[in-house]
Write a protein that binds this ligand. Structure first.
Ligand code: SF4
Length: 347
């Protein structure tokens, strides 16, 4: 008896990659789903902020739920140590914001090829749909991505396969091309019909929709960081700060990050200890801590304290706030100000 053909599938937690995987499983191919942890998915980021030491294998991932739903085995691949470098310096440039989508896809496909070989699988599946996204899913970009990732002919995109050249899986008759689809563009009528057939209607349309890199506020914060620092000197922690909080630019050298709740404030305290940032910790309120970063003047400190008072509850005339730097604490009694007074500092 011949051995069952295996494939690996890049699964995002969105509907398209789940459908693409299910379509190939229906052709008697054993598919192992690959779940990438970038550290920049909005839903995943929260548990990491809560506890940076959390094991990615333990996270309640939407992609794992999607894999379970289609009865696919999965592998979790933690790429957090590589992903921030792609945002810092994507060789193929950014998308419409600070999203390194082209290089992200190349990186993930390279990894998928490694895992494919390791598992004795024969090809790679993705849920991409031709022309669904302007930057990475047009014919030219997809060909370029496959070429740069070294996976030409290996990547089967079942939802649009009949619009592409035949891949190895089709040429070798591992999969029947006639059972693959020719979806094109952003309309989702066919996907919804299929999702209904597979019981996947509850899954959101696009898994990538949770990526912080395409969030406009993240883009603003990244633009501000790149404008005011030597980009080459940035490290992983500089990108960690971009994932949360309200950001204020006080001067080219000084930036303030204010926590929006106790989870973010806890993370601000942790990151401040790890970096050179000064911690602003209200004596009577643990929910709104802030970090003052950079080479700051006394004026920057005063402005940062004043901004922070706008977020402290209950309102008072003066707020006692600890300024903590290198373990040294100083208490500042700061007159309360309104948030609106500092709107121009907001990034
Ligand atoms: S949206 Fe995020 S995860 Fe998706 S390809 Fe772009 S950078 Fe990668």
């Amino acid at each position: 008896m011949s051995e069952q053909i295996k494939a690996v599938s890049l699964i995002s937690g969105g509907m398209d990659s789940a459908l693409a995987t299910a379509l190939i499983q229906d052709q008697d191919i054993k598919v192992i789903s690959l779940i990438f942890i970038t550290g920049f998915d909005a839903a995943e980021t929260r548990p990491f902020i809560f506890n940076p030491e959390v094991d990615p294998q333990e996270l309640p991932l939407k992609s794992r739920k999607a894999a379970d739903r289609i009865n696919s085995e999965y592998r979790i691949l933690d790429i957090r140590n590589d992903f921030w470098r792609l945002i810092k310096n994507p060789p193929n440039g950014y998308g419409s914001g600070y999203n390194p989508c082209m290089d992200c896809r190349i990186f993930m496909l390279k990894k998928a090829k490694e895992v494919m070989k390791e598992l004795g699988a024969s090809f790679i599946i993705t849920g991409e749909v031709l022309d669904q996204r302007p930057f990475t899913q047009n014919m030219q970009s997809l060909r370029r991505i496959d070429k740069l990732a070294g996976v030409k002919g290996l990547v089967l995109r079942p939802l649009s396969a009949r619009l592409f050249d035949q891949t190895i899986a089709e040429r070798k008759d591992w999969v029947d091309r006639n059972k693959l689809l020719a979806i094109h563009g952003r309309r989702r009528t066919v996907q919804h019909k299929l999702a209904s057939r597979y019981g996947l209607l509850h899954i959101t349309s696009a898994g990538g929709g949770g990526c912080l890199c395409i969030d406009p506020y993240f883009g603003k914060k990244a633009a501000d960081l790149f404008l005011n620092t030597d980009k080459e000197g940035l490290d992983k922690d500089d990108f960690e700060w971009l994932k949360f909080g309200r950001h204020f630019r006080l001067s080219p050298q000084a930036k303030l990050v204010v926590g929006r709740d106790w989870v973010e404030s806890d993370h601000i305290e942790r990151l401040s200890r790890k970096t050179t940032a000064k911690l602003l910790s209200p004596r009577d309120n643990q929910e709104s801590k802030a970090a003052l970063q950079g080479n700051t003047s006394e004026q920057d400190v005063q402005t940062a304290l004043a901004i922070l008072t706008g977020y402290l509850r209950p309102q008072r005339e003066q707020h006692p706030i600890w300024l903590i730097e290198n373990g040294k604490k100083e208490l500042y009694w700061t007159n309360a100000r309104s948030k609106e007074d500092f709107i121009d500092f907001m990034i």
